[in-house]
Design a protein around this ligand. Structure first.
Ligand SMILES: [Cu+2]
Length: 329
C-alpha cells in the first residue's frame, strides 16, 4: 500500500472514531398492538393506604373493559415485551436519542378504529395519527400501520431541561373516549451525548426512572344523565388506593420522575412526594402541578430510605384514593 493511502486511511478511521458519537443516529423500531383487556383498578381489593377506611363508592366495582397499547418483540406480534410493574395501565415507553428516527409498527387488534398520535416528535401528516382521512389517522380493526417519527432537536431536551424529557402518545380517532379507554403511553427523548450507549437510549446520568400518569378515568357511560362518583377512578397509572406497585429505588440512586396527566376539568392534579423533594428545571419543590396533557420531568436523589406516600394533593382526589407508595431501600 502506498504511504499516502495509508495515511489517508488512518486519518479517515480516526475521524470516524472521533465523530461516531455525534453522527451516530439510530432507528428505534417498535411493534405495538392495541388490545382489549380487563383492567382492575385495585388488584388487592383493598385500600392499602388506610386499610381501615375501605375504598368507599370507588371500591364497589373494580374491574372494567379497557383498551391498552401492548409491546411485542417483532412483526409476528406473538411475544409480549412485559412493561415494568410500575407502568400500570400505560402503554410501552418509546425511547430515542436526539437525532434518531422512531418507527412504530402499529397493529390494531381491537374492534374499532384507533391510532397513535405522538406529542413532541416531528412527523409528516401521514404519521400524525390524527386529523386526516389517511390510513394512519384511523387504523381499522385487524389492520396495521407504520408511523415514522423523528426525534429532532425540537423534540429533545431544551437548554433548561434535564438530560431526557417525556412526551405523551395516545389514540386520536375519538381522543376523549380513547383516553378513558386507556390508550395512553409515553415517549422519552434523551439529549444527544447523554445516552448510555448507542443501543441503550436511557440517560447515563440517571439510575432509575419512574413514570406516573395522574388521571381520573371516567367509567360512566358517555351520555349517561347521572354521573356516579364511584365510576370516577382517581388513579395513578390506572391504580387507586395504593395499588400501584414497583416504585422502588435503592439508596443513593438518582431518580428521574416523568409526570403526566390527562383528562378533563377535574384533572387538575398536584403530585406530591413524602420523604423527598424534587428539582423541576432548577426549581426545588415537593409538589408538581399537572393539568390535562401536562408532561413534566423532575429529578431527586434517593438518600432517605423508607416507604413513602406519593399522592395527588387535591383534597377530593385524596379522598377518592389517588395515592400510591414509593420506596427507597
Ligand atoms: Cu388529583
Amino acid at each position: 500500500m502506498m504511504k499516502t493511502t495509508k495515511i489517508f486511511l488512518s486519518i479517515l478511521l480516526l475521524t470516524l472514531l472521533i465523530t461516531h458519537n455525534s453522527v451516530y443516529s439510530a432507528e428505534r423500531i417498535y411493534w405495538i398492538a392495541a388490545e382489549k383487556v380487563a383492567w382492575n383498578y385495585a388488584p388487592s381489593r383493598k385500600n392499602l393506604i388506610k386499610p381501615g377506611a375501605g375504598m368507599g363508592v370507588w371500591g364497589k366495582k373494580l374491574i372494567y373493559r379497557k383498551y391498552r397499547y401492548i409491546q411485542y418483540t417483532d412483526s409476528n406480534f406473538n411475544k409480549i415485551i412485559k412493561a415494568p410493574e410500575s407502568m400500570g395501565i400505560l402503554g410501552p415507553q418509546i425511547r430515542a436519542v436526539e437525532g434518531d428516527t422512531i418507527k412504530v409498527h402499529f397493529y390494531n387488534k381491537t374492534d374499532k378504529p384507533l391510532s397513535m398520535h405522538p406529542h413532541g416528535v416531528n412527523y409528516e401528516k401521514k404519521s400524525e395519527g390524527a386529523d386526516s382521512s389517511g390510513k394512519g389517522a384511523e387504523v381499522r380493526p385487524g389492520e396495521k400501520y407504520t408511523y415514522h417519527w423523528q426525534a429532532d432537536a425540537d423534540s429533545a431536551p431544551g437548554a433548561n431541561d434535564p438530560s431526557s424529557i417525556v412526551w405523551l402518545y395516545h389514540s386520536h380517532v375519538d381522543p376523549v373516549k380513547e383516553s378513558y379507554d386507556g390508550l395512553i403511553g409515553t415517549i422519552v427523548i434523551t439529549k444527544k451525548g447523554y445516552q448510555r450507549s448507542d443501543q441503550d437510549p436511557r440517560p447515563k446520568d440517571i439510575d432509575v426512572e419512574f413514570t406516573t400518569l395522574f388521571m381520573v378515568f371516567n367509567e360512566n357511560k358517555a351520555n349517561a344523565k347521572i354521573q356516579h362518583e364511584g365510576e370516577l377512578k382517581h388513579s395513578i397509572n390506572g391504580y387507586i388506593f395504593g395499588n400501584l406497585k414497583g416504585l422502588t429505588a435503592t439508596k443513593g440512586q438518582k431518580i428521574r420522575w416523568y409526570l403526566l396527566a390527562m383528562g378533563t376539568e377535574i384533572d387538575m392534579h398536584t403530585a406530591h412526594w413524602h420523604g423527598k423533594t424534587v428539582v423541576e428545571n432548577g426549581r426545588r419543590t415537593d409538589v408538581v402541578e399537572l393539568l390535562p396533557a401536562s408532561m413534566k420531568t423532575v429529578d431527586m436523589v434517593a438518600n432517605n430510605p423508607g416507604s413513602w406516600l406519593y399522592h395527588c394533593h387535591v383534597n377530593d382526589h385524596i379522598t377518592a384514593g389517588m395515592s400510591a407508595r414509593w420506596q427507597i431501600k
